[in-house]
Design a binder for this molecule. Structure first.
Ligand SMILES: NC(=O)c1ccc[n+]([C@@H]2O[C@H](COP(=O)([O-])OP(=O)(O)OC[C@H]3O[C@@H](n4cnc5c(N)ncnc54)[C@H](O)[C@@H]3O)[C@@H](O)[C@H]2O)c1
Length: 402
């Protein structure tokens, strides 16, 4: 077994974020190659990393025997096929979100991971944000009681990323033009699924979902004002995805999850949008950068008093007691990396799970069940919001092994 993993980054734009994180893993992982089919992007990488191999053809990268693992950071439509190809070529895979875009790919990805026995992890960095990890720690200590409702949202005006300088649609623009549902569910769902223990002993699985999508307005207005009134995108009918969508998921253990997805509406970006309701406590993430996340835990003497007398407390007040052990250990390193430290923990967990020959914290069943909200929500929308069941991705081995 190798002591240092040779990693290749595929897709240079997002991949560039992980470069600095790799330096925190010296001796355990090294950047061995980059791959991008865009000449300009590849040239930028070569200038910054003259000592690593550069590939413009993914198939050739996969033939390189020096590469142990790939980080796939290409447009999301490509993730599943590229992951399956890498596993078949004997490489471990860290995949950007979302893991799969169709249910057919979901099944093939699971089968390929099971057949090859290689490590597959989805890089859901929002799970590792400090507040989300602290809440997970509190949940595991039973402080909230039994959880009955959780909420997650990905609300991020991304319209400037829908087109290039010539008004040509990017892959994000195509996603909004062609699909109607929740096409990017894992930032909102991943952390709350972990709070509920989904796919783990005691947490059960997702049961079914329903999705409603609002009408489309915001992106047409933006294209008319900022791209060109003559662009086809200046007409609301051009965009299949409405501005805001809401998905409700019921779990087999009777909890309800509310997910909001909106990458078009005009508003400042707030990275976190989460809530939790248990039988003995509740959590609310901050509404904007700089505000404190809030928590309320029932005290025995208060349980018979009316809730009007109860008050929220900043989550950080409980830092000494509730900080997740991983954040206690790695805070100074994590604080220097992107997405609230999430990028640091994702890469560290991926590399450690390979070296320690264990399952990664976000395995293929998590990756597929969280990502399947994308195709299932589109099906529900087509059926006017009818409830759609989740496939049994573990094929009867329900939550025994995680
Ligand atoms: N986890 C997060 O917080 C986070 C943040 C941003 C993006 N993402 C995810 O990362 C992925 C990339 O997003 P982005 O914003 O960097 O996109 P992007 O379009 O800016 O970059 C994608 C890169 O992939 C390259 N590429 C496309 N097809 C390729 C192929 N077949 N082989 C090799 N390279 C190819 C492109 O040339 C481009 O350089 C997406 O799936 C996105 O969802 C995740």
């Amino acid at each position: 077994m190798k002591e240092c993993i040779s990693l290749a980054i595929v897709g240079g734009s997002r991949g560039a974020y992980l470069g600095p994180v790799l330096s925190t893993l010296a001796g355990k992982a090294r950047l061995a190659a980059v791959c991008d089919n865009n000449e300009a992007a590849l040239r930028r990488w070569q200038e910054e990393h003259p000592d690593v191999k550069a590939y413009s053809d993914y198939a050739l990268l996969l033939e390189d025997p020096d590469i142990d693992a790939v980080f796939i950071a290409t447009p999301l439509f490509l993730h599943a096929r590229q992951a399956i190809a890498a596993l078949r070529a004997g490489k471990h895979v860290l995949s950007e979100v979302i893991a799969i875009h169709t249910l057919e790919d979901a099944w093939e990805l699971i089968e390929t991971v099971e057949q090859t026995g290689l490590t597959y992890m989805m890089a859901e960095n929002y799970c590792y944000m400090r507040a989300n990890m602290m809440v997970k720690n509190m949940v595991e200590q039973g402080l909230f009681g039994d959880i009955v409702h959780v909420e997650g949202g990905y609300i991020h005006d991304c319209r400037t990323l829908f087109h290039d300088a010539n008004g040509q649609l990017t892959w994000r623009g195509e996603l909004v033009r062609d699909y109607k549902g929740n096409s990017y569910p894992t930032h909102s769902l991943g952390p709350v699924a972990q709070w509920l223990g989904i796919n783990r002993a005691g947490g059960g699985e997702f049961d079914s979902l329903t999705t409603f999508v609002s009408r489309s307005e915001a992106t047409a207005n933006y294209f008319a004002e900022h791209v060109s009134p003559d662009h086809p995108g200046a007409s609301p009918g051009y965009w299949k995805q409405g501005d805001s969508s809401v998905t409700l998921i019921r779990t087999k253990k009777g909890a309800v999850i509310t997910l909001r997805y909106d990458i078009q509406s005009s508003r400042p970006h707030n990275m976190t949008h989460y809530a939790l309701q248990g039988t003995r406590g509740a959590y609310l993430s901050e509404r904007y950068g700089g505000e404190d996340p809030l928590v309320w835990l029932e005290k025995p003497e208060e349980s018979k008093r009316h809730s009007d007398h109860a008050s929220w407390e900043p989550l950080w007040n409980g830092e000494a007691e509730w900080e997740h052990p991983l954040w206690k250990r790695w805070k100074s390193d994590a604080d220097q990396t992107g997405h609230g430290g999430g990028d640091f923990f994702v890469l560290r967990e991926f590399v450690s799970s390979i070296l320690e020959r264990r399952k990664p914290a976000i395995d293929v069943y998590d990756a597929v069940s969280w990502s399947a909200v994308s195709p299932l929500s589109m099906l529900s929308v087509d059926l006017q919001g009818a409830a759609v069941p989740f496939p049994d991705f573990k094929r009867g081995r329900s939550s025994v092994s995680g």
